[in-house]
Design a protein around this ligand. Structure first.
Ligand SMILES: Cc1cc2nc3c(=O)[nH]c(=O)nc-3n(C[C@H](O)[C@H](O)[C@H](O)COP(=O)(O)OP(=O)(O)OC[C@H]3O[C@@H](n4cnc5c(N)ncnc54)[C@H](O)[C@@H]3O)c2cc1C
Length: 434
């Protein structure tokens, strides 16, 4: 690529930001077009004005949805490090842990792989020996098959074929499938689930199965670091600019560029680029954010909630001593009754507290604020047989236009990692043709 090539990146989600950084590092002059006032896309942070106990309003920074990263997100973590981010300041890294409000605990030990999981399973609480054997059977079966599954297979079919006990399906694999693929097991793609298991629990590096919970709003991680880097490389971010047309020139809203990366969710890319972009089914995620009085829950909870509607509880300490909690309700539990859902989740947390022997009532003195964010198209529905084009799928027709986004060709479901990988790949391919 010629230094100083003018490149447009459309969309400032994690795919677009990764592409922009990679292109700027190779000497391009990058302009990002972002429709929203803030960058970060579906993983953006936003200010939430909560009434403070003394009257007035306090701003709490929350994310569009609670996110969890894993150690296997090698490209994302490497990019954060390359941009000068200190992982230990940004993320709370814990060895793989599944700890539920109903007494299930599986915690990887400090041993090297695979013994960290063998020991974790051996010492697990809340499982029978038949359950343990069943889990090991699925792991071994997949490993012996090179983590390959039959075309068209769903996660539910994979689990019943590997004779998983009912308890293991319901308490372990179903929640992990929803967490990783945001798709109910009856619809979810077994090949993608197997790829995630291969790179996390099946990895020879025990750290790949670690869980990384953001300690700070997500906007303060990759988006902030990328913006700082672009500032130093003469990059420009045009916020509140909804791109309406791309022409093969290439031009973006009639402005000429040498190359373009279209880094949008599939449905938005389809609006701009037409039928070359597939129509993918989508799944929702709802996140209930609660600002809780100090001491209601420990900060640093990562708890599986077994009885719905909430599926996971995360907590982190806020600067003023309050605790910010998030309850995740993924694709499985669609509802349009917002107030009913908030009430049901608070009721669920009251039960958790009462089981812990703590004061259970979550009244107005202890819940300082509640905000439900409903993303109706949070991710594509990760089903078998989807058409997911590669980043250079358009080059035949439009030689200097690449696509990126979590939905482009990958074994992975819609994740931050697939978004980052696609952005980096699109940038490298574009650099070769400019
Ligand atoms: C609630 C929720 C929870 C999630 N939890 C997890 C998790 O725990 N772990 C995980 O790995 N992943 C999780 N994900 C998925 C992850 O957030 C996405 O895979 C990732 O953010 C997608 O990034 P992207 O850059 O591909 O797309 P996007 O983030 O959608 O970025 C596209 C950008 O383009 C902008 N745009 C759209 N149209 C235009 C236009 N015409 N002109 C200019 N700009 C435009 C949009 O505003 C947006 O900023 C979650 C997602 C949600 C919604």
């Amino acid at each position: 690529m010629k230094t100083g090539s003018r490149v447009a990146v459309i969309g400032a989600g994690w795919a677009g930001l990764s592409a922009a950084v990679e292109l700027a590092a190779k000497g391009a002059l990058v302009t990002i077009f972002e429709a929203a006032p803030e960058i970060g896309g579906r993983a953006r942070s936003l200010a939430w004005a909560v009434k403070s106990p003394g009257g007035g309003l306090q701003d709490v920074e929350i994310d569009n949805g609670q996110h969890l990263l894993v150690g296997a997100y090698r490209d994302t973590l490497a990019l954060v490090e390359r941009l000068g981010g200190d992982e230990s300041q940004l993320f709370w890294r814990i060895p793989f842990t599944l700890s539920s409000d109903r007494g299930l605990t599986i915690r990887a030990s400090g041993a090297s792989a695979p013994w960290h999981l063998v020991q974790g399973l051996w010492r697990a609480e809340g499982l029978t020996w038949a359950d343990r054997i069943s889990i090991a059977r699925l792991g071994l079966t997949l490993k012996l098959r090179g983590w390959k599954t039959a075309p068209g297979l769903t996660v539910a079919q994979l689990l019943s074929g590997a004779q998983q006990t009912n308890a293991v399906q319901r308490r372990i694999w179903n929640p992990l499938c929803l967490a990783a693929l945001n798709t109910p097991p009856n619809d979810a793609c077994a090949a993608s689930f197997s790829a995630v298991l291969r790179d996390t629990l099946g990895s020879f590096d025990a750290r790949a199965s670690d869980m990384l919970v953001p300690k700070v709003p997500l906007g303060a991680t990759l988006p902030k670091l990328a913006e700082q880097f672009l500032g130093k490389t003469n990059g420009i971010i045009r916020r509140r600019h909804l791109v309406r047309s791309i022409q093969p020139g290439p031009t973006v809203d009639d402005e000429p560029f040498d190359g373009v990366v279209v880094a949008l969710a599939a449905r938005n890319a389809r609006r701009l680029l037409g039928d070359a972009i597939p129509e993918l089914p989508t799944e929702s995620i709802q996140t209930l954010w609660l600002l809780l009085a100090p001491g209601v829950f420990e900060p640093r909870c990562l708890t599986l909630l077994e009885d719905g509607p909430g599926e996971w509880l995360f907590t982190r300490a806020e600067a003023n001593g309050a605790t910010l909690a998030s309850v995740v309700i993924s694709a499985a539990a669609r509802t349009t009754d917002r107030d009913g859902l908030i009430e049901a989740c608070i009721g669920q947390l009251e039960e958790v507290l009462s089981r812990l022997g703590r004061p259970a009532r979550l009244d107005g003195d202890r819940v300082l604020g509640a905000k439900l964010i409903h993303e109706s198209a949070a991710t594509f529905s990760c089903r078998p047989g989807l058409r997911r084009p590669d980043v250079d799928a358009l080059v035949g027709e439009w030689p200097s236009i690449m696509i990126a986004g979590d939905w482009t060709a990958s074994e992975y479901p819609a994740t931050l990692e697939s978004a980052v990988r696609s952005g980096l790949k699109a940038a490298r391919q574009l650099a070769q043709v400019l």
